[in-house]
Design a protein around this ligand. Structure first.
Ligand SMILES: Cc1cc2nc3c(=O)[nH]c(=O)nc-3n(C[C@H](O)[C@H](O)[C@H](O)COP(=O)(O)OP(=O)(O)OC[C@H]3O[C@@H](n4cnc5c(N)ncnc54)[C@H](O)[C@@H]3O)c2cc1C
Length: 382
């Protein structure tokens, strides 16, 4: 639990974070290592997370969410990530799906799909990436063709989180193959629709409890009222959703890093080397100082981007900077924390190796580090 308020964090934001922290440490953290070892799905936590309001953190009260600020949501995700990054990753994928409907959909679609997602009854997913490359998402091969009273979707999506457990996926497909980004449309697709098949979960290096799948669509008929926005508006919706979700990735980075630093501090105090605590060595102290410094810098960038989001101002560049810096920061922090633990850190008896494995995905999904640099450079160059 954090016992001081960070810049821009209100007492209400902190109260929610403290409640989530209490739950995460009591119920999620004790199972994190076991679920990782067994590669078992962290969706087992969904009912209790939903009771706390977590599954609808991105939604307003009228759609079943707790109606909290983006800052409160950030802090809550940090607390969950301290306990189990796979759990925050599963929640992040759910927010990708529900945010797409919130930002791209109409009032009827909001009412139909979002309250039951907030209540935890329905899990969501977001199907953008395809096997031929996730870094250039306008270049899709999945197509949606209008046929009378429905669209027919054909194609293959890759690495789709939550796909097996989800009630619905927001699927991005080309309605005009020749039109580039303007040819991309988004559809709400009920997972039970005929023609959808889902692979076994991918064998992942980290976040092993957050399952990702290949999903095939063969002649999948989707009612016309499941189109989000208008034909061709899907790419814009996806980019808006990713601006938000990159802050979720920054939150996960911060949570893992805070947990790794706390473990390293404890170890440095307790571990005796030739009769002296490791913490008395200046080399170790400087490692801890560098970890703390980078964590605080990542907090600064992330809170700044969140403040712009709250104010309704553009925050694409700031969100990319927060995601990029925080995900690279956590690689350094988890590696250094493992180093401070010596051989013990390398064993699976301790969570350090899991932190390092879980952190690795954060530089890849929701746009890799290279893509974040491209976004920032584009913005700097105007
Ligand atoms: C566990 C997991 C969960 C995921 N969940 C989802 C999900 O729920 N929904 C979803 O849609 N996707 C999901 N993804 C996909 C993820 O977003 C993509 O893996 C990611 O965007 C990278 O795409 P790619 O893997 O196809 O790599 P590629 O696009 O093939 O890129 C390979 C490498 O080339 C680099 N590269 C590519 N283009 C450039 C360039 N122009 N300049 C410099 N370098 C470049 C990349 O940075 C990367 O290092 C998930 C992936 C994983 C592993």
């Amino acid at each position: 639990m954090t016992n001081f308020l960070r810049l821009g964090v209100t007492e209400e934001d902190q109260a929610l974070a403290d409640a989530v922290a209490k739950f995460a440490q009591a119920e999620i953290a004790p199972r994190a290592q076991e679920l990782d070892e067994q590669e078992a799905s962290v969706t087992c936590h969904v009912p209790k997370l939903a009771e706390l309001g977590v599954m609808g953190l991105n939604l307003p009260e009228e759609l079943g969410g707790p109606g909290v600020t983006p800052t409160a949501m950030l802090l809550a995700l940090v607390e969950i990530s301290k306990a189990c990054a796979a759990t925050s990753s599963m929640i992040g994928a759910h927010f990708l799906g529900t945010d797409a409907i919130l930002l791209g959909g109409n009032a009827e679609q909001h009412k139909t799909w979002l309250p039951r997602a907030a209540s935890g009854e329905w899990l969501a997913g977001f199907a953008l990436t395809e096997p031929r490359g996730g870094s250039h998402p306008a270049d899709l091969r999945t197509c949606a063709v209008r046929e009378g009273d429905h669209y027919r979707i054909d194609g293959v999506k890759h690495f789709i989180s939550n796909a097996a457990e989800a009630k619905f996926l927001v699927v991005f497909a080309k309605t005009d193959m020749a039109a580039g980004p303007r040819g991309v449309s988004a559809f709400i697709v009920d997972r039970a629709t005929q023609g959808i098949s889902v692979s076994r979960p991918e064998k992942l290096m980290g976040i092993r409890g957050a399952h990702a799948f290949e999903v095939s669509f063969e002649g999948v008929k989707v009612p016309l009222d499941c189109l989000l926005g208008t034909e061709g508006s899907g790419f814009k919706t996806a980019m808006k959703v990713l601006d938000n979700s990159r802050l979720d990735v920054a939150a996960t980075s911060l949570g893992i890093a805070e947990a790794a630093l706390a473990a390293a501090v404890q170890w440095a105090r307790d571990r005796q080397i030739a009769g002296e605590a490791l913490a008395t060595k200046q080399g170790i102290q400087w490692m801890l100082a560098d970890m703390k410094l980078r964590i605080e810098a990542a907090w600064g960038l992330t809170l700044q981007a969140t403040a712009l989001r709250t104010a309704g101002q553009p925050f694409t560049q700031q969100s990319a900077m927060a995601k990029l810096y925080a995900s690279e920061m956590v690689a350094f922090v988890t590696d250094t924390a493992l180093q401070i633990h010596g051989g013990y850190g390398y064993t699976r008896e301790m969570p350090l190796e899991r932190y390092a494995r879980d952190a690795r995905i954060l530089r890849i999904y929701e746009g890799s580090s290279e893509i974040q640099r491209t976004i920032i450079a584009r913005s700097v160059l105007g």
